[in-house]
Design a protein around this ligand. Structure first.
Ligand code: GUN
Ligand code: FE
Length: 429
């Protein structure tokens, strides 16, 4: 089937963090996206594409904005049910809310139910791909990938490994973490649109023996990404210093065990020394920026401009449920606010890029999804740019394209998500 989506189209021919947005952005006021066999075949002006493809089924989205689906580069599907839990900082938050909830995922039925809720919430917010932490339970990984596979989604994720500083029932061992991860990786990596990600939670919850086994597993399976948390909160960093007195800094803990390299996705990375910034850049590792989480748990202000300027693959992430929203619009707004607090006014094109191509690059799938461009998989979101009274009245006074988009970034929610396409199929919302 050949389909033609009509509306305003937004794609990137370059990176607006590196070149002026006027050169990086391709916006067509009355544009069209031609889709065949689940892939984007052409993006261009509507009239010539209609004339050239008279057989195509038309979906006319009017003045709405057609762009690549959002890519969430770091989330915890297992924390869906505890999002917006009050009053704690990171370590207390983990012990009070997160660990008790994650214990429930030993039950495959519960894991399956939350996986469905998680994907429903992602899709209703225009997130078409995410890279998720499951729990220590292999059942949680099976539930996650089974649900994603059924819906035909491009999704990434893996079993959390932690063998200390977690409650009974929520620890594996160096050996079982390795064995279970390897079995899951062999079961899911590269199946349909799914990718397995080796997932040591963070340094404080792994013994040296576990980090060593994890490094070995990654070296045996370099086709997989590896994700973890890095330098999120001062108390956490002090704890890492205590637990690993021989390491020069937090990143060095991962480096020493072979857990730094292209394909490493470091969540947060707020308090990096110059040495750590350089080491991340030189290694080719990625960073996932989690602004709502960093504000909600009180972690701090990630330096997005520095990260992009260094050429580090930098994605945007909800970090649900430390993050306080499933909305990538709200997440972009939070990134904007954190930029302002650092003295950087991030341009809407930079926010939209980080939420799509930036995240896709951070996850090494930037040739498959993340941009509205011929050859990409047709995972697409359509944004209604007048989805609420406050946005509508603001847009009435807008001058130029960016003033019609920025109010939706700052004020929009799931009402702005007019349509979502997965591999060219519009899903029910
Ligand atoms: N550090 C270790 N585990 C977690 C987690 O689940 N969420 C966040 N935000 N930080 C972490
Ligand atoms: Fe996280």
């Amino acid at each position: 089937m050949t389909q033609l989506l009509l509306g305003q189209t937004l794609g990137f021919s370059g990176n607006p963090w590196q070149i002026p947005f006027t050169d990086a952005v391709q916006h067509i006021r009355r544009g069209a996206v031609l889709i065949e066999n689940g892939k984007i075949v052409a993006v261009g002006e509507a009239d010539p594409l209609r004339t050239a493809n008279p057989e195509a089924t038309i979906a006319d989205h009017g003045d709405s904005l057609i762009m690549a689906g959002f890519v969430d580069s770091h989330a915890h599907f297992s924390q869906t049910a505890i999002i917006a839990s009050w009053g704690k900082r990171l370590i207390d938050w983990l012990n009070t809310y997160t660990f008790p909830e994650e214990t429930r995922f030993r039950d495959p039925k519960y894991a399956a139910q939350i996986a469905e809720t998680y994907l429903d919430l992602n899709l209703s917010n225009g997130i078409t791909t995410a890279c998720a932490y499951c729990t220590i339970h292999p059942e949680s990984v099976d539930a996650y990938f089974t649900a994603a596979q059924k819906r035909g989604l491009r999704m990434l994720g893996g079993k959390v490994m932690m063998d200390r500083n977690a409650p009974d029932g929520l620890r594996d061992t160096a050996q079982s973490g390795y064995d279970d991860s390897k079995a899951l990786l062999q079961k899911w990596q590269g199946v349909d649109r799914l990718s397995y990600v080796i997932t040591p939670r963070f340094a404080p919850t792994s013994t040296e023996a576990q980090l060593e086994a994890t490094g070995a597993l990654w070296s045996e399976h370099p086709e997989c990404l590896m994700q973890t948390h890095l330098s999120e909160q001062h108390e956490e960093i002090a704890w890492v210093k205590d637990l690993f007195p021989d390491s020069t800094d937090y990143l060095d803990v991962y480096e020493r065990f072979g857990l730094l390299g292209p394909g490493a996705v470091m969540g947060h990375s707020i308090y990096l020394s110059d040495r750590e910034w350089d080491a991340i850049r030189d290694s080719g590792a990625s960073i996932a920026h989690c602004p709502t989480s960093n504000a909600f748990i009180g972690s701090g202000l990630f330096h997005a401009t520095r990260s992009h300027a260094a050429g580090i693959r930098t994605g945007l992430a909800t970090d649900v449920g430390g993050g306080s929203s499933f909305s990538m619009l709200r997440t972009m707004a939070s990134a904007y606010e954190i930029g302002q607090l650092r003295g950087d006014a991030l341009h809407p094109s930079q926010l939209l890029y980080m939420a799509t191509q930036g995240s896709a690059d951070a996850l090494h799938i930037g040739d498959k999804v993340g941009n509205l461009e011929a050859g990409r998989e047709a995972d697409i979101v359509v944004l209604n740019l007048t989805s609420s009274p406050v946005i509508e009245q603001r847009v009435q006074n807008a001058e130029g394209f960016w003033e019609t988009v920025f109010p939706t970034i700052m004020l929009g929610d799931d009402r702005a998500i007019e349509a979502v396409y997965i591999a060219g199929n519009q899903i029910d919302s």
